[in-house]
Design a protein. Structure first.
Length: 232
């Protein structure tokens, strides 16, 4: 490996962690396109629970992580990349699928499944100011978003997730998306990187390309877009 390649971000190893949807559906096409421009850069994707992202960066297990907003320590820096609205996903024949948008009160008596404790806490926090008998309470909490989407696809329940999971929910499961308003709640997605540890030029270059790509409107809506040419 030539020193000039390393210095110019054209060679090296990049380790990045992300939760399931981002790790499986958003990062792989970016890695493929990026490494076409940088064939000597090797990018390793590690799928991880949302709760583990910051720790993996702090402990040096990965160079970068991307995922929902999480508290950080003095060892990890967090940069907001984009915001994605929380939306309701349901089967096309679900009664509430006929409405173009929903209010939180519409969900009160509807079966709802959430994915992971992170989602469960987010759903609870959204309506925390309501009286107890008006709060949104999921009937079940599953470990993986794929399970929640599969349950929703069979009409057994609906699920609340950020709009960016549409890359799975719409294309793989045939679910329909409905906005939930008053208020509309946003999910912030962040890039995490170490503070006390210097990452490689290759990781710096990939972080820059990743940030540019996922900030596009198409990714926020859960659709693929072409990668911009890598920068030197």
């Amino acid at each position: 490996m030539h020193a000039a390649d390393v210095r110019d971000r054209a060679a090296g190893l990049v380790r990045i962690a992300a939760p399931m949807v981002i790790a499986s559906a958003i990062l792989p096409p970016l890695v493929r396109r990026y490494t076409q421009h940088r064939p000597k850069v090797v990018v390793r994707i590690r799928d991880a629970a949302v709760e583990r992202l910051v720790d993996l960066v702090a402990q040096g297990d990965v160079d970068l992580a991307i995922g929902p907003d999480r508290p950080t320590s003095e060892d990890v820096a967090r940069t907001s990349v984009f915001e994605s609205p929380w939306v309701r996903w349901c089967a096309p024949d679900h009664p509430l699928a006929k409405k173009r948008q929903l209010r939180w009160s519409d969900l009160r008596h509807q079966p709802l499944v959430t994915a992971g404790r992170d989602h469960e806490r987010s759903v609870a926090q959204m309506r925390l100011n309501l009286p107890e008998d008006e709060r949104i309470v999921p009937i079940d909490v599953v470990d993986n978003i794929s399970t929640a989407l599969g349950i929703a696809a069979e009409g057994l329940a609906a699920t609340l997730s950020p709009a960016y999971v549409g890359i799975w929910a719409e294309q793989r499961w045939g679910l329909v998306k409905r906005r939930v308003i008053d208020p509309e709640v946003m999910r912030e997605v962040c890039l995490y990187r170490p503070v006390r540890r210097v990452i490689s030029p290759a990781a710096e270059g990939f972080a820059e390309a990743l940030t540019d790509w996922v900030r596009s409107d198409a990714i926020k809506k859960g659709r693929r877009v072409p990668l911009r040419p890598a920068r030197n």
